[in-house]
Design a protein around this ligand. Structure first.
Ligand code: ADP
Ligand code: MG
Length: 492
């Protein structure tokens, strides 16, 4: 098999480096606290409280840190979302840490850590630090020959991907690539497939889905999926150990190479150079490449011109910000999968309020599910509002209509006074609509309140503006990018 493990028990992020001083001499808990502190800054208060605060450091032996989570659900979540970062941050503190595992610490009554694992039997009542480590069935890194590829998330399949207007092109293109690649007569439909879009909109999901599809239908194909950071890290290592020839060979013998988040490659000259050569060699041999980034090739900064144009040669497909319908569809599907019933009102509330990206949306839903499972409470709209209070506050982080107007005016190079003026010329009316749309999305203000702030306009005018921009972002890529950029700027 070409690619990695699936989500299971001891979630492990691992590197192969073992160097430095005796770990026992270190103060583990101090390090753990610092690591958590850094991660908190990265992920924000709300996510930290939901997922990381409930964990604790169980022990650390021989460079292997074991983090305890109170439920399987939390363990899986922390493992899939944070294992990589935990390890990286920890290694920044202390090079002797080579592995981070996440285990369940509060043991379920019947069968130890995991009913699917025989080795966990008879562990009830034992202190987490006494639990023998289960061998990982989930890993952040696994070796594919000499190349370290990134693990695939079991849930990221085409079946689990909800298609809507904002992502239909990217989805169709990814499917095309997957089917072509799994076909015995391997045709390359477009090379590369370049997927781009804001964070949490499904780029990684689609890439994993392509890998799963090929793996299931043509297991002889060699597929490599890895993050651009990992690509860079390995290239630099190869340089250091003078094994760049091997490194190149590894990459050049693949049928399908997928590199995620290439915005992280930009600016690093030698890696870019290597990437460029690998890329060309693969394209020349008619091997499929899939790339993702947060911006289109033309907007990626710090990229050499020849690289930029090469990346744009194939099909460039973008994932637009989600619409209300898509968000609701995703929630419905996830609720159905979880086998739990959640009132429709609650789902509608979430789809309305959590507009930033699908990851946040899922986070909110998972929190509700976790709360239900842990506390056995029934889900109500009020309960959900209360539970997600900090998350919602975080999503609506102090963005004011004044600020939105100012930023939008700056962005489109119009006077601030045009936000409240009567002028209907497209050049000012469109930015004004964008500002109204953002005001609706990013603040808790009602339509009449927004109207008032825009020169005393009627609430129906605001509603019209919101709809108009929603529609336009589906067909007008440039506008969609403007809106997304403004949204990110305002929320950061
Ligand atoms: P990106 O790589 O663009 O930052 P991801 O692919 O990691 O985003 O997606 C973030 C989360 O949202 C993942 O858990 C993914 O499964 C989910 N997700 C995104 N888009 C969809 C979709 N259309 N249908 C179902 N789940 C989705
Ligand atoms: Mg991603």
């Amino acid at each position: 098999m070409a690619l990695g493990p699936t989500l299971g028990d001891g979630a492990v992020a691992e590197t192969n480096q073992r160097d430095g001083a005796d770990p026992s001499a270190k103060s583990w808990s101090g390090e753990w606290n610092r690591v958590l502190g850094h991660l908190k800054e990265e992920v924000g208060e709300a996510a930290y409280r939901s997922w990381l605060q409930p964990t604790s450091l169980s022990r650390c032996d021989d460079g292997h840190a074991i983090v305890a989570a109170p439920t399987r659900f939390l363990r899986d979540w922390v493992a899939t979302h944070y294992a990589d970062r935990l390890l990286a941050l920890w290694r920044a503190e202390n090079r002797t840490v080579t592995r981070v595992s996440v285990v369940v610490a509060v043991l379920p009554k019947r069968n130890g850590i995991d009913t699917t694992s025989g080795s966990a039997e008879g562990l009830e009542g034992r202190h987490p630090s006494d639990i023998p480590l289960l061998e990982p069935s989930f890993g952040a890194d696994i070796a594919e020959d000499k190349v370290q590829v990134s693990a695939l998330d079991q849930r990221f399949t085409f079946e689990n991907f909800i298609v809507g207007k904002p992502n239909e092109l990217a989805h169709a293109a990814a499917r095309r690539v997957a089917e072509a690649c799994a076909n015995p007569v391997h045709m390359v439909p477009f090379n590369p497939l370049f997927l781009y879009g804001g964070v949490g909109l499904g780029k990684t999901h689609l890439m994993h889905a392509v890998a799963w599809h090929v793996r299931r239908n043509a297991c002889d194909r060699k597929v490599i999926y890895l993050s651009a950071e990992k690509f860079m890290y390995q290239f630099i290592r190869a340089l250091r150990f003078k094994s760049t020839m091997d490194f190149k060979e590894q990459f050049r013998s693949v049928d399908l190479l997928m590199i995620d988040d290439v915005q992280f490659i930009s600016g690093k000259d030698s890696t870019q150079e290597e990437f460029f050569h690998t890329f060309n060699a693969l394209v020349d041999q008619n091997r499929q490449i899939v790339i993702s980034a947060d911006k289109s090739p033309s907007d990626l900064e710090g990229l050499e011109e020849r690289m930029r144009s090469r990346l744009g040669w194939g099909l460039v497909a973008d994932l637009h910000p989600t619409t209300y319908e898509l968000r609701l569809g995703i929630l419905e599907s996830k609720v159905e999968q979880s086998g739990i019933t959640i009132p429709r009102k609650v789902m509608e509330f979430l789809a309305h309020k959590i507009t930033s990206n699908v990851r946040e949306l899922e986070g909110a839903l998972n929190r509700i599910i976790a709360d239900m499972q842990l506390i056995g409470r029934e889900v109500t709209l009020e309960g959900a509002q209360e539970l997600l209070r900090d998350l919602l506050r975080y999503c609506e982080r102090r963005v004011t209509i004044d600020e939105i107007q100012r930023r939008v005016a700056e962005h489109f190079n119009i006077r601030l006074s045009e936000m409240t003026s009567e002028r209907r010329a497209r050049a000012v009316a469109r930015p004004r609509q964008v500002a109204m749309y953002l005001a609706k999305q990013l603040t808790t203000r009602s339509l009449p309140e927004i109207g008032k702030k825009f020169g005393g306009r009627d609430h129906t005018t605001v509603m019209h503006a919101v709809r108009k921009i929603e529609e336009l972002t589906l067909t007008d890529a440039a506008l969609a990018e403007d809106v997304e950029l403004l949204r990110r700027m305002l929320q950061s």
